[in-house]
Structure formats: structure tokens, C-alpha cells
Write a protein of this length. Structure first.
Lengths: 581, 231
């Protein structure tokens, strides 16, 4: 057996002498590997989409072409549900969930599932983006590589971050955005141990993209001449983008609940939901083809300032894109929110530009392309509530560092305003509601890591229900605790609790010693805790009833006591240990 | 170096399931192979210090545990043996008897210390007599004489002639148990055990015969064992 494991020493790099003292170098090396792999996955997705678009191009223009997005979304749902047995979802929340709850454990099949389902949805015209699918793939690839090398949870989370950063860097050719998005949204912790490998992975991912597809900037923009008045006008734009973000978030959630309720009421097969949503998108697309697919082509036009439609049409397009995105993602299609955000954002920027142009035609506003660009940043920051991601992504995809000042203003204001109305971002809303959003070094994180099993104190003296008070008094003398669990001496089951405070007055009355049995004085309505209970619940129960300790009972057997004093002790050491690295 | 998981957890004084989770989560510089923990001692000590934990190897722990029983035994028979038994203590008044008893005490060697003990005993008697009745008194300092460097002891003094000690039952006192304890907790414990013995008429009758030290200690040991077993 030892020989066998000796042969596989290369699978346990954390035990090599080189990496024993500090795992940073190891994380950087594995991070580079993971960044390369997820970059390849992103390029594969990109090429797959191009191929799908080319193929689908032949079928556009027929009256029945509105069915295509529906069929694509339905196929994607069937593929995920039946073939891979994975729940639908955007991808990013699943990665955050896995990082929060399972130290970044993900299944191997997640490494390609979203690529294929995303291609099916977006390629046929569904209004979604390829970013969330590649982020999920990259993260899953990272997770599986980390598992292969038997890394621990902390290291695995960093490697999962490497995967998502590499993928995002490759799909947008934007290494800084990959790094910042991963830290801001996925990992949630700005520490050098994480940032360095993730940065390296971003570089590797972007490098793969550049080698295979050339170093192209997604939306080349002109050099804008931004004046002070434009920067001030951006505050107004931020209000617009925040409103659009809130609108998009709410319609997405609303269409999701409506579709679920509908599917539940008339018990539709699961694939009908995306089919209907997709067909509805297709119908919108018959009139306004701009809403279909990822829509990067139109962004390019808008940033260049050659998108010629008037204010009203652009406004309708913005609303239509929001509707199409909600119908695609809310009704069970597969894909990300990034690309729709960019499209809606540039529409919003354009609407705002036309609007202020109407108000003040004499003012020499900057080119409308600049506002389209700023709108994108505003929407990304608002929807993800990640202002830094918005800033860096837009700078990188447009090559427009010249607009950095208004960009920062729009991103910051938009994120702040959206946060005021929607405290949890679109990605994390559900996780926060279910209590699965656990950021490092927070109260939730510490309480989620500690378990009742680790806190239970077993030094209680057990008494029996048929014991006389006199015998009990002798036990009280020996014990240094105020709580005495009462068990049935025949079955061993926990039947009640005696708290010294409740019976103190009888303890000194020898007359009662021989006449009172514990069964008669114990408290039978006791709040108990199970070994697998969540500590947050346990604490809430303690607080609501003003208790300082509770008995832990499993399978009717008394296990021990759990008390706030011990909890504080362990809580502190847990918090300290978690902050060490 | 290598240790089993539960041994290692004991070194840190942390539940082993917590340690196991920390290793899995990568929060502690330890590698686990099966149930064996592999770590470098300086690293783990540094880690423990940074996290306000203590890391003590099992050998070091047993050393400190072994050192504890070597300290003075503080059960009733040992404390009485330490104090010694004296007969024919002279004096007609409480003060005179107390002074004679203090002179016999095998601790508090210098005259100043003896005087201090005497003053302290007298202060307690002035508050209220320590004569607990049936011819027995348990003089003890008003405040525990901690910090004097002396161990706890009970010196048994049989008086030459019974004197009026101001006891509750007004009976003349024939024996003193001079009790000096190192801590307040021990004081209460010794007092409780001694008074438990003195509640027994047979023991009082045994005392009135002024037994020799060996017989007295044998009797006390037996009674102390009975108290222990009854709880």
C-alpha cells in the first residue's frame, strides 16, 4: 500500500519539501495551470457560439424562426436535467454557493455542462451571455484539479477563483476584470494569498485567448474628449442605470416566480417552461432583432456612435431587452447576465445621451458612444453590486482608459443606488435568503463552521427520574454545574431537566428528602438541541427564550450541554484561526 | 513529527473534531494521513501562539501532572499529622492557653511570626468564641494566614485542666484543635470534616481519654475515609 502511494507522490504536491513550508508557490503553479485550462474552455465556448450563430443564420427570416430560441432553451434544459442531472441556474450563484458551503467542491461535469447548454440557449437567440457559463466551467475545472492534487479547502477556494478568473479573462480578453470579479464576487476576500494565484491565472487565461484568437479588444472605441460637464452629467446617468438595474433584477425575479407558479399550477413538464420563454423571446425578436443573442454586435455599433435609432426606439429596445433577458433566464434558459447587462447598459447610456441632448442641445456633450460605454459600467456595477468589476471590465473591453473618471462616478453611484433598493445583488439574492452566503471572517461563516458536535460539553452528571431528592442532594454536592439531565433508568431516554435555581428552596428541607422523587420536580418541557442543528438557529432559540445553555439530545439520548460561554470561547478561537492565513 | 489525531488534539486542548475540520479546511499547518497528523513542531508552536492557543506535547503534560501530587496532601489526617499532638497545655485563661498552644505549633518559627499568629487567633476569639461545645474548641485565625509560606495544619492540644472558654454550651474546654489553613477553600473543607467527626459522641468519648497520637490518627483516618465514601 505504501509503495502504491509512493508512486503517486506527484498527486500530493502539498507534501513536497518545496511546498511544505509555504503553499503560495504551489498555488501559483496550479493557478497558472487552471487559468490555462479554463481559458481553453472559454475559447471553446466562444468558438462554439460563433459556429452556432453561423449555422443558425440560415434559418433566420422564416416565420417560424421565433421557435428557435424556445427549442434551444428547451434542449439546454433537457440536457442539464436529464443527461447531466444538474439543476438549471446561471452558474455564478452555484460557484459562490460551493465556495461558501463546501470549500469550492464542484462536480467534474459542471466543467462542460454550462458550455453546451449555454451554446444551445444563446446560439439559437436566447437573450443571455456566455460569461456565467464559462465562469462556472472554469471554477469546476479548478475545483477538480485541486481535488486531484488533494488540496485542502482553503487552497481549493483559491484555485476555484483561479478557474473563474482565467475563464472571464479569456472570454473578454480582460485579465484585470477577471481578477477583480473573482475577488469581489466569487471569493469575497482581499488577501494576498488569494490575489496572487488568481492574478496569475487571469494572465494565463488572457494569454490563451490572445494566442488562439489574437489580441483583440471587444468593443473598440474612439478617443473621447470628456469634459467636466460630462462627468457631472454622469451622476444623472448613474441614476438611470441604477433604475435599469433595479428594473432588470425585479423583472427577472418576477418572471422566475411567475413561470414557476404557472408550471406548478398546470404541472407542465420541466422543458416546457424554457420553451415558452424562448418562443416569447423569439416573438420579440421578430420585431426587434436587436434583443436576440448576446448582442455584442450592437454594442460595438453603439460604442462607435453609429447606432442611428431615435430616443423612443432605443428606449423601447432597452425595455425589450430587459423583457427578453427575463424571459430567457427567468423561464429556465441557461446563460449569464453579463452580456445582457452590457447591451441594456449601452441602450440606457444612449437613451440618456439622447435625453440630455434634447434638454440642452447647445451643450457640447461628448460623443454618444462614451455614454453607451458608461451605461454598461453602470449596469454591471448595479446588477452585480460590484463597482470595481464594472470599472475594470469596461476599461478593458473598450480600451478606453480616457473615460476612467466618469466611469468611476457612474459605477460607484449606480452600485450604491441599486444597493439601497436591492440590498443583495441579483446573483446572491437567493443565497442570502437561504443563509448560504458566507463570506470569510463573518459571523455567519464562523457559526457555519462550528458545529454542535464540537461545542457540546459532556461533564454533566446524569440523574434518574426515580431518584429521591436526598440522593440527588448528595450528587449536587459533587457537581460543579447547575443543570442536571434526567434519564429514564430503564430505557436511558432523556426525560427532563433539573435546574438548581428552580428547586433551590427544597434542597434544604430534609423532610422532602425521602418523599420527593426527581420525576415530580423535573422540568419536562425542555428546549433541546440536536447534534446536527445549525448553530445560528440554536443561538436564535437561546436568545428568544433568554437561555444561556441548552441540552443536546440525539435519538432521545442526552449527549451533553451547549452553552453560550463555551460558544464565545470557541467562536473567538475559530475567528482567530480563520484569520491566520 | 507525527502524532495520532486525538493525541494531537489533546496537545492543543481542542476537540478532535474541530482539529480534523481545521486540517480539512487548511487552517492549521498540519498534514493528515489516515488518522496520523504530520507537522513541524516549531511551525505549530508559532501557529498556536498567533492564535492564542497552547501547544504542549504529551510528555510535558505528564510532567506537570506528576508534579502536582508531589505537593502537600491536604486531607484531614495528613493535616493533623503535620500539626502534631501535644498534652498538658498550661493556662487558666483563653489567652494563656492560646499562647501556650502557639508556642507548641511546629511552624511559624520566629517570635514575630508566633506573636502574629497569636494576635490573629485572639482577634477571632474576641469576635465570638470558637468553643463549639462538648468541651472542644477549634481556634483559628480571623483571616486565613495566606502568604506566610506555611502549609495547612491542625495542632491538637489537650489541656492540663479544662478551662472556661465561653463555649456555647458553657461546658469547660479540654481540647483545642488549632486550625491554620493556607486557603479559604481548604479552611472550610477542613472545618467541615473536623466538625463532622466531632458530632459523633463516640469520638468525643475517645478524645476525653486523651489518646496517644498513633491511636488518634488511626481513628481520624478511618473517619475521614468514611466521609469520603459517603460523599
Amino acid at each position: 500500500m505504501t509503495r502504491f502511494s509512493d508512486l503517486k507522490i506527484w498527486r500530493y504536491p502539498s507534501q513536497w519539501i518545496l511546498f511544505r513550508l509555504d503553499d503560495r508557490l504551489l498555488l501559483i503553479i496550479i493557478g497558472a495551470l487552471v487559468g490555462t485550462c479554463s481559458g481553453l474552455a472559454a475559447v471553446a465556448m466562444y468558438q462554439g457560439l460563433i459556429a452556432m450563430f453561423a449555422w443558425m443564420h440560415h434559418y433566420q427570416g422564416y416565420w417560424w424562426s421565433f421557435l428557435l430560441p424556445g427549442i434551444g432553451a428547451a434542449l439546454a434544459a433537457i440536457f442539464l436535467e436529464k443527461i447531466l442531472k444538474e439543476g438549471a441556474g446561471h452558474g455564478v450563484p452555484e460557484v459562490v454557493y460551493s465556495v461558501s458551503r463546501y470549500g469550492g467542491l464542484m462536480r467534474l461535469r459542471s466543467g462542460f455542462s454550462r458550455l453546451i447548454s449555454g451554446c444551445l440557449t444563446i446560439g439559437t437567440g436566447g437573450s443571455a451571455g456566455p460569461e456565467a457559463p464559462v465562469v462556472m466551467s472554469g471554477a469546476a475545472i479548478g475545483s477538480n484539479i485541486a481535488q486531484y492534487f488533494s488540496l485542502n479547502d482553503r487552497q481549493r477556494v483559491a484555485i476555484v477563483g483561479c478557474g473563474s478568473a482565467g475563464a472571464l479573462a479569456a472570454i473578454f480578453n480582460a485579465p484585470i476584470a477577471g481578477l477583480v470579479f473573482t475577488i469581489e464576487v466569487i471569493v469575497g476576500e482581499w488577501s494576498a494569498v488569494n490575489i496572487v494565484p488568481i492574478a496569475i491565472a487571469s494572465v494565463a487565461g488572457a494569454e490563451v485567448c490572445r494566442l488562439l484568437q489574437g489580441n483583440q479588444i471587444a468593443f473598440t472605441s474612439l478617443a473621447f474628449q470628456v469634459d467636466l460637464v460630462d462627468t457631472l452629467a454622469c451622476v444623472g446617468l448613474a441614476v438611470f442605470t441604477a433604475a435599469a438595474s433595479i428594473l432588470l433584477t425585479r423583472t427577472l425575479r418576477y418572471s422566475n416566480t411567475v413561470s414557476h407558479r404557472l408550471a406548478h399550477k398546470i404541472s407542465l413538464p420541466f422543458w416546457v417552461r424554457p420553451l415558452l420563454g424562448g418562443c416569447a423571446v423569439g416573438l420579440i425578436g421578430l420585431c426587434l432583432p436587436e434583443v436576440l443573442g448576446e448582442g455584442y454586435h450592437f454594442i460595438q455599433d453603439m460604442v462607435k456612435g453609429v447606432f442611428s435609432q431615435g430616443l423612443l426606439i432605443v428606449f423601447v429596445l432597452m425595455l425589450a431587452k430587459i423583457a427578453a433577458t427575463s424571459l430567457t433566464l427567468g423561464w429556465g434558459g441557461s446563460g449569464g447576465i453579463f452580456a445582457p447587462c452590457l447591451v441594456i447598459g449601452s441602450f440606457t447610456g444612449l437613451v440618456y445621451h439622447r435625453f440630455i441632448d434634447l434638454l440642452g442641445p447647445g451643450v457640447g456633450w461628448v460623443d454618444e458612444g462614451c455614454f453607451a460605454l458608461l451605461g454598461m459600467a453602470g449596469l454591471i456595477s448595479g446588477i452585480l453590486q460590484a463597482p470595481l468589476t464594472g470599472i475594470f471590465l469596461i476599461v478593458e473591453v473598450t480600451g478606453g482608459y480616457g473615460v476612467i473618471l466618469p466611469l468611476i462616478v457612474v459605477s460607484a453611484v449606480s452600485a450604491t443606488l441599486t444597493h439601497a433598493f436591492e440590498p443583495a445583488s441579483f446573483y446572491l439574492k437567493e443565497l442570502v435568503e437561504k443563509g448560504h452566503y458566507l463570506r470569510p471572517r463573518t459571523d455567519e461563516r464562523v457559526l457555519a463552521d462550528l458545529t454542535v458536535r464540537e461545542l457540546v460539553e459532556k461533564d454533566c452528571i446524569v440523574v434518574y427520574k426515580n431518584m429521591k431528592l436526598g440522593e440527588f442532594v448528595k450528587i449536587v454536592k459533587k457537581s460543579h454545574r447547575n443543570f442536571f439531565p434526567v434519564e429514564d433508568e430503564h430505557t436511558g431516554n432523556f426525560v427532563g431537566m433539573i435546574h438548581l435555581d428552580d428547586i433551590r428552596e427544597y434542597l434544604f428541607d430534609p423532610l422532602l428528602y425521602e418523599t420527593v422523587f426527581l420525576e415530580q420536580i423535573m422540568n419536562t418541557h425542555v428546549e433541546t438541541v440536536d447534534l446536527d442543528d445549525d448553530l445560528t438557529d440554536v443561538l436564535e432559540r437561546m436568545d428568544s427564550r433568554n437561555l444561556f445553555s441548552l441540552p443536546v439530545v440525539a435519538n432521545k439520548r442526552f449527549i451533553g450541554m451547549i452553552s453560550k460561554a463555551t460558544l464565545l470561547d470557541k467562536y473567538r478561537s475559530e475567528l482567530m484561526v480563520q484569520s491566520y492565513y | 513529527m507525527q502524532l495520532q489525531l486525538d493525541e494531537f488534539a489533546k496537545c492543543l486542548d481542542i476537540p478532535s473534531n474541530t482539529v480534523e475540520r481545521w486540517i480539512r479546511q487548511g487552517r492549521i499547518p498540519v498534514r493528515k494521513k489516515g488518522n496520523t497528523c504530520e507537522f513541524s513542531q516549531p511551525m505549530i508552536e508559532k501557529w498556536a501562539e498567533a492564535n492564542h492557543l497552547k501547544f504542549m506535547l504529551p510528555e510535558a503534560q505528564t510532567d506537570s501532572e506528576a508534579a502536582a501530587p508531589a505537593e502537600l496532601m491536604d486531607d484531614l489526617p495528613s493535616v493533623m499529622r503535620r500539626g502534631g499532638v501535644f498534652y498538658d497545655i498550661e493556662g487558666d485563661t483563653i489567652e494563656a492557653v492560646l499562647w501556650s498552644a502557639v508556642e507548641k505549633v511546629p511552624f511559624f518559627d520566629t517570635p514575630e511570626q508566633k506573636a502574629q499568629l497569636y494576635e490573629n487567633l485572639k482577634a477571632r476569639e474576641e469576635m465570638m468564641s470558637t468553643g463549639i461545645g462538648k468541651g472542644v474548641a477549634i481556634p483559628h485565625p480571623r483571616t486565613p494566614m495566606t502568604g506566610s509560606g506555611n502549609p495547612s495544619f491542625i495542632t491538637t492540644c489537650f489541656l492540663k485542666s479544662p478551662i472556661n472558654y465561653g463555649a456555647i454550651d458553657k461546658k469547660p474546654v479540654f481540647v483545642l484543635f488549632l486550625l491554620v489553613s493556607a486557603t479559604a477553600k481548604l479552611h472550610l473543607h477542613l472545618l467541615a470534616q473536623l466538625s463532622y467527626c466531632l458530632r459523633d459522641e463516640a469520638f468525643l468519648e475517645f478524645l476525653s481519654r486523651k489518646p496517644d497520637p498513633a491511636a488518634l490518627f488511626e481513628n481520624i483516618t478511618k473517619r475521614a475515609e468514611a466521609i469520603e465514601s459517603s460523599g
